[in-house]
Design a binder for this molecule. Structure first.
Ligand code: GLN
Length: 231
């Protein structure tokens, strides 16, 4: 075959539930913006891959241990991570936001978190942000493996707020996840595809080239429109 990766099939790791970037739809298909972008880029560039839905911190751990060749998981391109990973060009802008239970009127700002506990997802930019302000505002953090568990914990009242990526929380609220936002989004990083530093340079190059091509062809925009209405 003339596939660019030769016989290689890359293992790409992703999150479990991070709609609209990756999630299982009502027909039980694993789908989302990341899933479709990767598929379109692989087709454009002619490489094979297997997508493994592991969870965010597990996906990053798989990359670090060499069990995965790349990660696409709404993964923020941060300076800290850029020391360990090589990132593709950014493909989606994000930021971190606090969310609380929809019928809660007691939390209006970070000051109201004093003496309380909040929920974060292990290893995420949201967790890093919460950690950076926890001493200033005097709250504790409980950690969860995935976004739905974090939201559930807020809804049951064990924690009073969670920190999540804005596009994911915005989408979740529009889908009726029972939460609301009461503060502005914090400036965050854009999403990129990651490989281990110095490894899989060919894969990274194909991702960047494919991304350019699917943007130029309009396919990238079509994928966004499929998941995010009225953009
Ligand atoms: N964008 C966030 C990060 O990179 C969260 C990613 C995720 O939860 N899948 O840390």
């Amino acid at each position: 075959s003339d596939s660019k990766g030769g016989d290689k099939s890359y293992i790409i790791a992703t999150d479990t539930t991070f709609a609209p970037f990756e999630f299982t739809d009502d027909k039980n298909n694993f789908t989302g913006i990341d899933v479709d972008i990767l598929s379109a880029i692989a087709k454009d560039q002619g490489f094979d891959y297997e997508l493994q839905s592991l969870g965010f911190d597990a996906a990053v751990a798989a990359l670090e241990s060499g069990q995965a060749d790349g990660v696409i998981a709404g993964m923020s391109i941060t300076d800290e991570r850029a020391k360990k990973y090589d990132f593709s060009d950014a493909y989606y802008d994000s930021g971190v936001v606090m969310a609380i239970k929809a019928d809660d009127s007691s939390i209006k700002s970070y000051e109201d978190l004093n003496g309380k506990k909040v929920a974060c997802k292990t290893g995420t930019e949201g967790a890093t942000f919460a950690e950076s302000i926890k001493d200033k505002y005097g709250f504790e953090i409980a950690y969860f493996k995935d976004s739905p568990k974090m939201y559930e914990d807020v809804k049951t009242g064990n924690t009073v707020a969670c920190f999540e990526d804005y596009p994911v929380m915005g989408y979740g609220i529009s889908q009726g996840n029972g939460l609301k936002m009461v503060t502005d989004m914090e400036k965050g990083s854009s999403y990129g595809f990651a490989v281990l530093k110095g490894k899989n340079a060919e894969l990274l190059k194909m991702f960047d080239e494919g991304l350019k091509n699917i943007k130029a062809s309009g396919e990238y925009q079509k994928i966004l429109d499929k998941y995010i209405a009225n953009k």
